[in-house]
Design a protein around this ligand. Structure first.
Ligand code: SAM
Length: 301
């Protein structure tokens, strides 16, 4: 990642997560640029997406399109399950995921395990439009730790676990392993759901294959659903889905609609019950990755 000043004096942030392909943002003001003990944290106010957070050069969250990601990762599993009371978020430092989860009055306890307190501190000061003060909710518990270490030793259980991590490079790498997923399965209550940030499949097919392959060895239903986040460029983003209740992906539209209205989610700007149903209808090139990973896991079993 690099900040460059063009001849005309404009400043641009260059992101190069993917091989041979990048994204550039016109930056109006660099709000923060420092190394935390875990990663380089840069935040800039940009012309096109408002405040943007980059960790180790990779776009994490933007003020303008964060809802496309947080709404789909939080509400799809909660409305499918119908009775989520306890939630674990691994990662999620910007607070956007926690804010969406805490919209559900049925959630009694939300634990968020974040490795980098610097992200939290920054989010409280500069990303209030995303987290809306969720860190002060009495149901919210923050644990500063490596999510892998937490999962390996946690004795609590949860109805729903979200891995809202960075990509499998740097500190996030350990959150894409079989042993971590196995620890998450151990922490899940019966009928619970594990969902994961699994990258943009066009550029990161192996990331999705790896997660589904490992999920298939742990869950009756191992797959993904999709969303589109403009700044995670390259088309559909895969959200890993693991549960032993195979019916959760097929909850009738009418039931989702009732739960959606009871939860008061009409202010969502991406999520609708119809979008939930559609999100599991995968483009063939993504469906084939899911089918192959499940087949290979079955053949190995
Ligand atoms: N929406 C983003 C995406 O799709 O890539 C994720 C955003 S969130 C900021 C990612 C968070 O994961 C960061 O705050 C980072 O510090 C945290 N993180 C990375 N590795 C971690 C680990 N091993 N344990 C806990 N948190 C971790």
């Amino acid at each position: 990642m690099s900040l460059k000043t063009e001849d005309d004096g404009t400043v641009w942030m260059y992101e190069r997560l993917h091989t041979g392909y990048g994204t550039i943002y016109r930056v109006e003001q660099t709000l923060f640029d420092s190394n935390t003990p875990h990663q380089r944290l840069v935040v800039g106010s940009t012309v096109a997406f408002g405040n943007v957070v980059w960790l180790d050069g990779v776009t994490q969250v933007t003020e303008r399109d964060e809802f496309c990601y947080h709404e789909m990762l939080a509400h799809v599993p909660i409305l499918a399950h119908g009775a989520v009371e306890t939630v674990l978020i691994v990662g999620g430092g910007d607070g956007g995921m926690a804010e969406e989860v805490l919209k559900h009055k049925g959630v009694k306890r939300l634990v968020m395990v974040e490795i980098d307190p610097g992200v939290i501190d920054f989010a409280k000061e500069h990303l209030a439009s995303i987290n809306k003060g969720c860190f002060d909710d009495t149901r919210f518990e923050l644990v500063i730790a490596d999510g892998k270490d937490f999962a390996a030793t946690c004795k609590d259980t949860f109805d729903f676990i979200i891995v809202d991590s960075t990509d499998p490079v740097g500190p996030g790498e350990v959150l894409f392993t079989r042993s971590f997923y196995s620890d998450c399965k151990r922490m899940l209550n019966e009928g619970g759901v594990l969902v994961t940030q699994n990258g943009v499949t066009w550029f990161q097919p192996d990331e999705l294959h790896n997660t589904v392959y490992n999920f298939a060895g742990l869950f009756a239903d191992a797959g993904c659903y999709v969303t589109v986040v403009p700044t995670y460029s390259g088309g559909f983003m895969a959200l890993g889905w693991g549960t032993d209740d195979a019916g959760l992906r097929d909850v009738p539209l009418g039931t989702l609609q009732q739960r959606y209205e009871a939860a008061g989610l009409q202010d969502c700007r991406y999520y609708t019950p119809e979008v939930q149903k559609a999100a599991f209808a995968l483009p063939r090139f993504i469906g084939e990755i899911v089918e192959t990973a499940n087949r290979q896991a079955r053949d190995k079993a």
